[in-house]
Design a protein around this ligand. Sequence first.
Ligand code: ADP
Ligand code: MG
Length: 736
Amino acid sequence: MSSILRFQIVGEAFKKKPVEVPNREERPSEFFAKYVFTRQKMQKYLPAGVYKKMCDVIDGSAVLDMATADAVAAGMKKWAMELGVTHCTHWFQPLTEGTAEKHDGFVEHDGKGGMVEEFTGKQLVQQEPDASSFPSGGIRSTFEARGYSAWDPASPVFVIGDTLMIPTIFISYTGEALDYKAPLKKALKAVDKAATAVAQYFYPDVKKVISNLGWEQEYFLVDEGLYAARPDLLMTGRTLLGHDSAKNQQMDDHYLGSIPMRVAAFMKDLEIQALELGIPCKTRHNEVAPNQFELAPIYEETNLAVDHNMLIMSLMKRTARKHGFRCLLHEKPFAGINGSGKHCNWSLATDTGILLHGPGKTPLDNLRFVTFIVESLMAVYRHNGLMKASIISATNVHRLGASEAPPAIVSSFLGKTLGELLDHLETCTDDEATLDGRSISLSGKQALSLDIPQIPELWQDDTDRNRTSPFAFTGNRFEFRAVGSQQNCAAAMIVLNTAMAEALTDFKVRVDDLIAQGTDPMKAILRIVREDIKTCKPIRFDGNGYSEAWKQEAARRGLDTETSAPIILDQYLAPDTVEMFTRMKVMRPSELVARNEIKLETYTKKIQIEARIFGDLCMNHIIPTSTRYQSQLIDNVHKTMEIFPAETAERLNRTNLRLIEQMSEHNAFIIENVEQLIEARRVANRIEDERKKAIAYHDTVAPLIEKIRYHVDHLELIVDDELWPLPKYREMLFIR
Ligand code: ADP
Ligand code: MG
């Protein structure tokens, strides 16, 4: 691109007006879930018996039979056709970052030369997408390329445009998961079983425990003209070069600032569509970095929340284009300013409405509360390396450890009050640790006891202070903040819920042992809780996660401090991991091997693409531009020598000569290292073993990109702005 074009694009972006979003006559409460086949719609479109059966299937107390499926399909077809639907698709979440779909029309021959619309139970329940091009990590050999998608009745069917979208799981011919949803559903079942058993110590009428997830989706918007002029953004989702803008987020004037008009229109449009699809959008605001925003719904059951997050990410991309933007979901689109995460707020709740991670009003409630908090910490402590593996990626690594993102060591922040409560329980004598509340009190001004009802308010205050903790307690839930903005939160939720299931299962075994020996149940619980508070202590950390001291301290505590993504991924194959997933019946060893391999392959490919684009940009954009400017300077030097006496010319040329020299050095560094980059790629590509290949990319290719970038960004500061071919940070980052 020529620089003239760059100025045109910048000018056009500046002048763009908001896209008009028509005002709706209906209130959000009226159009909420308009395009979702909700229970109310089932009741309307299905015969009473079928409706009742479906409710049981959704609640997990009945199995779907073909006759019911046929009847449901007939009702769905009627509803969908009233909305103008002509096609249906199974919608699934392969182990890439997005979702996948393959549309089939409703039309069938009617046997009389015409066509009829048809949609059967079989089509609803199962499809066989030709799955040979989805990552399978070797599970599905090419001669057996079949993959099956199977309906997940727990997540309601919805309509987008002319298509009926059916949420499904995706598995291989041999039953291994090829997606995120199949293991997620198993993890949720495992945590339900384990948590229900523990909750019943306190509340015998509990029959089911639900895992809640409230995600907060961060994203950037960039004008589409500017986006198109940046091959790196277009191909990799992030800028591989570009010097800091003089002003970025240092004034803190973007966070919760007034939303630019074009963006407000985008948000309004997005929210309407999301609400129509049953996504309970609640919060929208500017984030810390310029052009960065956040959207959060009200939390939902985890399986549904995951589907809704996948759906909103695709809606965001589509809606952004309608408004002349591109939505960047990359974790670090711009160096030097905040990246984007997806905080995952997680808690467990009973079918009787008790929030197990929330403090209660009675001593019994509070023992339950402490139990679930401590066992969550046990889960995270035992699998902190795997938790990190669940969120690590070639893109998220750029975000971790700086600019308000958590560091690459998983620890948990509890806040002062809860921390002191656990410390007290740990250190007090057995006699002091009773349940009447009087003896379990905290030091300090507000002597809190375990049965003080106003605990929640007090806790709210001091839970939110450490914004960079990877796994923070925030009043009635934990917030896993290391999850990346473009990731499927299922990966993290599979690990977290399975680890919790394991912790609670082990907890119950030990408590039951004590009870069998004649210990009073509540005393037995307290004893085991106290034991576990000691065991999981190393995971608790309320200090500065960015400090060098913490890295050393964490290593001393035995936490996982690995920073190399390919090696972090080894955690999927660690003996503890394999045992946990097998015992909790969530994933078999072969599925873990596959997941590990796919993650390694994805890692390699991402860096490979970055390295290629970056090399091209250096050689085709940066070096020619810099050389051109350098020639202009050299020309000027010569002319100065022509018109001035030698001594004067020498004096006048001094600064230009210095610039020319600097540019020569940058140019030489760039050219030589791009050659090295190509060679490093070549060497890495020859490695067969996926793990070794990813390590080679991590150790040799990725660092070269960063090293060269430093020189490119310095050239940007020297070269005449008129010649610079790529939109600069200051031009891309400030939507008007
Ligand atoms: P923040 O202050 O971190 O921005 P918000 O109060 O906006 O957080 O909530 C973030 C998300 O957490 C929302 O999706 C919200 O519904 C969800 N959330 C609130 N309480 C819980 C809970 N007990 N369990 C799970 N998610 C929750
Ligand atoms: Mg939050």
